[in-house]
Ligand binder design. Structure first.
Ligand code: PRX
Length: 635
C-alpha cells in the first residue's frame, strides 16, 4: 500500500485513524521497512519520565533500509547529486549502488580504526557527499554520529566533543564557502587541545590546503579507504539504540545534545518526506540546509534516501558567485522540490527580480520553507516569483527535538494559506495552552504550542542529562511536550506559528540561546555584566542585540563593541555575533535581581511606546539612560 496521501479527504481520514488508533496506524506504516526482528510492542510511553519507546525490541539497521531494501529497484538511480561551491568545478552524481559501496568502504574504515557500536563520532565537515557517507557509515556500524555545523568555533566544537565523549572526529582540510576558504582542520586541532577523548581524526582532502597531520592521530580519508573492502555487513541495532546526537541551543546553559533513536526516526522521516513533498520517483529534490542542522539530517540525508529519492547537495552559499546561483542550480538539475529557509528568501528578494531573469524554474512542482516564521511578504514573493504562482508552498514547522516535520501543508493537498504552517501531520497531536497549561479549545485562539501524544521521531533524552530533558520540555506543562513556540489557530483551524516565547533567538533560522551569547560576551575581560535579546531584522528574521556593562578604562566604546563582537565570534562562531552592542551604565533589574528583558527587547526593537510598569525596578532611572544610549528619542 502506498504511504502517500492523495487527497484532502484521505488526509482527514488518515489523521483520524492516527489519533484514534496510533499503534495500528504506525505499525501499518512501519511494515514497509525491513526489520531483522519485529517489535514486541509499538509504543510505550509516559511524559513524566519522560520515557518513550517505539517499536520496542525490534531489530534493524537504518542503512539496510536505504540500501539493501531498495537496491534491486533503485540501484542505478541517482541517490546524491552534488553541486560544488565553485560552478566551474565538476559536479558529482552518485547512484544508490555507488553510495552503498562508498558507505560500506567507510564503515570498514571506521571499524578498522576501532569504532564500535555505541561510540560517538563527531562529523565536522563541509557540504560534500562524504558528510552523508560519514553519517551513513556511522549508522551502519552502530556508532552514534554527532554532526557539528562547520561554522562553529573550536570552543563550541570542543564543548560538544567533551559532552558526548567522542572517540573520533571526521573532518576536512578546508571548507569552500562562497569566496572563502575556511581552515577547518585548524579549528579541529585547536578544539582537540581542550579535549581528551578523541584518539583518531580522519581528514577528507577537499581544498588541498596544507595542514598539520598529527602522527598516530590524524589519517587521510583517501588513504584510509584504499585498502578497505566495499562490502560490509550492517550491525544489528535495537529500535531504541541511539542513531545520533545533535546539539541545539535552549534558554539556559550550554547547548544540549538532543538524542534521536533508530526505528522511530526512520519511520517518521520517511513518511513525512513522502507526504509533505509528495515526492514522485523520477523527481529531483533539493533542500538547501546544511547537514549540520536537523533539516540536513532528516530532509537531505535520511528521509529522501529512505524514500529512494534523488537528493541534491549544494556546497556553497546562495549569493556566490551571483545572486542567481540557487535558480541556476534549479534549472541545471531540473529540480522538482525546492526546500529553503525564509532568511534565504528574504536575502534573495532584496536583489530584486533581475537575478531570476535568465532562469525558467519551470521544473519546480513544490516549494518549501523551514526554520522560522515566514512573513507574508516573503511568502508571496516566494510563491509568485519562484513557484510562479503554481507550486504549492509547504511552510513546515518542526524542531531539532521533533526529528521530523510536525505541522505543514501536504503539497497540493492542503489548501495554502500564506504564512500558516496549517495542519498537523498524521500522528501529531498539537494543542495550544494558556500560561497555566489549560487547553485552548476551538478556533481563533492563541497560546503556547504543546504536543500531547508521542510521535515516532521525538527526542528521547538530552545526552548525559535526562533531567535536563524533563525540565526543558516536559515540566512547564506536566503531561505535555512544550515546544517553546507560540501559535495561533485561526477561524479555519489552521495553525500559524508566532515564534519563540522563551529566551531563544532565531537568527536566520539558527537557534541561539540568549544565555549562551551572554556567557560568551562575559568572557571579555572588560565586561562586567551583559544581557542579550532578539529584535526584528529584515533579512535574518531576528537579530542579536547585546547590552553590556563594561569597565571602560583605556578603551573607547567603539573598541569595546568590536572586541565584544569578536569575542562571541571566537567563542561560538560567526552566526552568534551580535548585530548591535550597546555599552550601558546598568541593566534594568527587579528587586529580586532579575533583569527585566521586556524593556530591553522594546529598546532593541526601537519601540518604546509602551514600556509597561517599570515601578518595580530597583533602578528605574536606568531605563531612560538606556533609551538615550540607543539613540531613540524619548517623546
Ligand atoms: O521557533 C521555531 C522555528 O525554529 C525552531 C526550531 O529550531 P531548530 O531546532 O533549529 O530547527 C529548525 C528546523 C526544523 C522552532 O521552535 N521554526 C522552525 N520551523 C518553523 C519555525 N517557526 C515558524 N515556522 C516554521 N515553519
Amino acid at each position: 500500500m502506498s504511504q502517500k496521501i492523495q487527497s484532502l479527504s484521505e488526509y482527514f481520514q488518515e489523521y483520524q485513524e492516527s489519533i484514534q488508533q496510533p499503534e495500528e496506524f504506525w505499525s501499518r506504516i512501519a511494515k514497509n521497512f525491513h526489520w531483522k526482528k519485529p517489535w514486541d510492542s509499538v509504543l510505550s510511553w509516559n511524559f513524566d519520565g519522560p520515557e518513550v519507546k517505539w517499536f520496542e525490541n525490534a531489530q534493524l539497521n537504518i542503512t539496510e533500509n536505504i540500501f539493501e531494501r531498495q537496491l534491486s529497484t533503485h540501484g542505478e538511480k541517482t541517490a546524491i547529486l552534488w553541486e560544488p561551491n565553485d560552478p566551474k568545478e565538476p559536479e558529482r552524481s552518485i547512484s544508490y549502488n555507488e553510495l552503498f559501496e562508498l558507505t560500506c568502504q567507510f564503515s570498514n574504515a571506521l571499524e578498522s580504526q576501532g569504532i564500535q557500536k555505541g561510540d560517538r563520532v563527531i562529523i565536522y565537515m563541509p557540504m560534500i557527499p562524504e558528510a552523508a557517507i560519514a553519517m551513513l557509515a556511522c549508522a551502519r556500524v552502530g556508532a552514534v554520529h554527532s554532526v557539528v555545523f562547520a561554522g562553529f568555533s573550536s570552543t563550541a566544537l570542543a564543548d560538544r566533543i567533551n559532552d558526548c565523549e567522542a572517540k573520533m572526529v571526521l573532518t576536512s582540510d578546508g571548507n569552500f564557502r562562497g569566496a572563502k576558504n575556511i581552515p577547518v582542520k585548524e579549528v579541529v586541532d585547536e578544539a582537540l587541545e581542550k579535549t581528551t577523548t578523541v584518539d583518531k581524526v580522519i581528514v577528507y582532502q577537499r581544498t588541498q590546503e596544507s595542514v598539520t597531520m598529527k602522527e598516530g592521530r590524524d589519517l587521510w580519508w583517501h588513504e584510509l579507504i584504499q585498502s578497505e573492502s566495499k562490502e560490509h555487513t550492517a550491525a544489528t541495532l535495537d529500535a531504541e539504540d541511539l542513531l545520533f546526537i545533535l546539539y541545539t541551543s535552549g534558554s539556559t546553559g550550554k547547548p544540549k545534545g538532543v538524542v534521536h533513536t533508530t526505528a522511530g526516526y526512520m519511520v517518521y522521516t520517511h513518511y513525512s518526506f513522502l507526504n509533505v513533498f509528495q515526492y514522485e520517483q523520477e523527481d529531483v529534490y533539493w533542500c538547501t540546509a546544511d547537514v549540520g542542522w536537523i533539516t540536513g539530517h532528516s530532509y537531505i540525508v535520511y528521509g529522501p534516501l529512505l524514500a529512494g529519492a534523488t537528493t541534491l547537495m549544494f556546497e556553497g552559499v546562495p549569493t556566490y558567485p551571483t545572486a542567481g546561483r540557487f535558480w541556476e542550480i534549479v534549472d541545471k538539475y531540473q529540480v522538482n522540490q525546492f526546500y529553503t529557509a525564509p532568511t534565504a528568501i528574504r536575502a534573495l528578494q532584496a536583489y530584486g527580480l533581475e537575478p531570476l531573469e535568465p532562469y525558467s524554474l519551470s521544473s519546480l512542482k513544490v516549494i518549501g520553507s523551514v526554520g522560522e516564521p515566514i512573513n507574508e511578504e516573503a511568502w508571496h514573493w516566494y510563491h509568485d516569483h519562484i513557484g510562479k504562482g503554481k507550486c504549492p508552498l509547504v511552510d513546515t514547522w518542526w524542531q531539532t527535538e521533533t526529528g521530523g516535520i510536525m505541522i505543514s501543508p501536504l503539497a497540493g493537498i492542503t489548501p495554502n494559506k500564506p504564512a500558516h504552517a496549517s495542519l498537523p501531520l498524521p500522528g501529531i497531536q498539537p494543542i495550544l495552552v494558556d500560561a497555566e497549561g489549560n487547553e485552548l479549545k476551538g478556533n481563533n485562539v492563541e497560546g503556547n504550542l504543546c504536543i500531547k501524544f508521542p510521535w515516532p521521531s521525538m527526542l528521547r533524552t538530552t545526552y548525559g542529562d535526562h533531567k535536563r530533558c524533563k525540565d526543558t520540555y516536559f515540566s512547564t506543562y506536566p503531561g505535555l511536550y512544550f515546544t517553546g513556540d507560540g501559535a495561533k489557530r485561526d477561524h479555519d483551524g489552521y495553525l500559524r506559528i508566532l515564534g519563540r516565547v522563551d529566551d531563544v533567538i532565531n537568527v536566520s533560522g539558527h537557534r541561539m540561546g540568549t544565555a549562551e551569547v551572554e556567557n560568551a560576551i562575559n568572557e571579555h575581560p572588560k565586561v562586567i555584566e551583559s544581557a542579550v535579546v532578539g529584535f526584528p531584522h529584515v533579512i535574518k528574521g531576528q537579530g542579536i542585540y547585546a547590552y553590556a556593562i563594561c569597565d571602560r578604562e583605556g578603551h573607547t566604546d567603539e573598541e569595546l563593541i568590536q572586541e565584544i563582537k569578536d569575542t562571541v565570534r571566537k567563542i561560538i562562531g560567526p552566526i552568534a555575533k551580535p548585530d548591535e552592542v550597546q555599552i550601558v551604565p546598568g541593566l534594568p533589574k527587579t528587586r529580586s535581581g532579575k533583569i527585566m528583558r521586556r524593556i530591553l527587547r522594546k529598546v532593541a526593537s526601537k519601540d518604546i511606546s509602551n514600556l509597561g510598569d517599570t515601578s518595580t525596578l530597583l533602578n528605574p532611572e536606568i531605563v531612560d539612560q538606556i533609551i538615550n544610549g540607543a539613540g531613540i528619542k524619548n517623546s
